[in-house]
Design a protein around this ligand. Structure first.
Ligand SMILES: Nc1ncnc2c1ncn2[C@@H]1O[C@H](COP(=O)(O)OP(=O)(O)OP(=O)(O)O)[C@@H](O)[C@H]1O
Ligand SMILES: [Mg+2]
Length: 277
């Protein structure tokens, strides 16, 4: 067992003792199939996601196949893991000052990078409910959204998709009219408690709406352990990053700022596009 796996197991034990799971999971609203095993095989009962090869470069799923193309996102994954493990965090939000900074692209790529950490269980939830962001990048179709799951209209196990045996996606196939109210609701808090109790993830990664475009995520961000702020080089101003960081710091722990979509001078870092953290 390597050092990272040992650290993950230690952090898992410490965190579970600090955050005991709810005694009564809300089985009525989020039922688990009766014959579901409660161990790792439980994850394997979810349908597997299928990614079209042409999406890998078209939608910048650079981390899907691993290797040199995945380096930027693998580095980000590892830096995030170091903080997550040492602080005992589990819920991580990706946010940005405005739209288009690369949150959904990063959420998809981090999911694949985290998936290569075999001892780590990751759930990626799209809480940007106004659009099909992550579902569009992964080119998945369906008829429900995470809002429907939270409202109890569809069980999570019927909605979720699995990648490998340690990553689960909760996507939005439809848009929601009142995401701020849903994200701030008691039902969302209870759903997350149920999700942690039932699936025992090490990390839940949330793709969330931009901070300064609406109040959609302001209430919700108090329910995460930390957030990563993404900004787009050449697009997001320093002032906007500054304001967004201060807003975010009032709501949760700021894990860091990623300057995304950087154009490096060829040869310096080996990539034309990348991220700087
Ligand atoms: N590292 C990157 N380098 C270059 N382009 C990128 C990078 N990451 C994302 N993009 C591109 O930027 C655009 C916006 O990306 P994405 O949809 O992931 O952003 P977002 O922050 O989720 O936006 P929104 O807030 O509207 O949901 C897309 O065209 C995507 O391909
Ligand atoms: Mg998005």
């Amino acid at each position: 067992m390597d050092r990272l796996q040992q650290a993950i197991q230690k952090a898992r034990k410490e965190r579970d003792s600090r955050h005991p799971q709810p005694a009564v999971p809300r089985e009525d609203q989020h039922p688990v199939p009766e014959d579901s095993p409660r161990d790792e095989d439980f994850w394997l009962t979810l349908p597997e996601i299928s990614i079209e090869p042409r999406l890998i470069s078209r939608n910048r799923l650079m981390s899907y196949s691993g290797g040199p193309d995945a380096t930027s996102y693998d580095m980000l994954r590892t830096k995030m893991l170091q903080q997550i493990i040492s602080n005992g965090w589990r819920r991580v939000a990706l946010t940005s000052p405005y739209s288009g900074c690369g949150k959904s692209t990063a959420a998809a790529n981090l999911a694949f990078s985290l998936g290569r950490q075999e001892d780590l269980r990751t759930i990626v939830i799209d809480f940007d409910m106004r659009r099909r962001g992550l579902a569009e990048i992964l080119k998945q179709s369906g008829s429900h959204s995470m809002a429907d799951v939270i409202k109890g209209k569809v069980p999570f196990h019927e909605h979720a998709l699995r990648h490998g045996n340690n990553v689960i996606f909760g996507l939005n196939y439809t848009s929601t009219r009142n995401p701020a109210e849903i994200l701030q609701s008691r039902k969302t808090i209870e759903f997350l408690e149920w999700l942690e109790a039932e699936y025992k993830p090490d990390i839940i990664l949330f793709d969330t709406p931009p901070l300064m475009a609406s109040d959609d995520s302001q209430g919700f961000l108090r329910n995460v352990d930390c957030a990563l702020l993404l900004a787009a080089a050449d697009e997001t101003s320093i002032d906007h990053i500054d304001v967004a960081e201060r807003q975010l710091a009032e709501l949760t722990n700021v894990m860091g700022i990623v300057l995304n979509k950087c154009r490096y001078i060829s040869g310096t870092f080996g990539y034309e596009y990348g991220s700087y953290y």
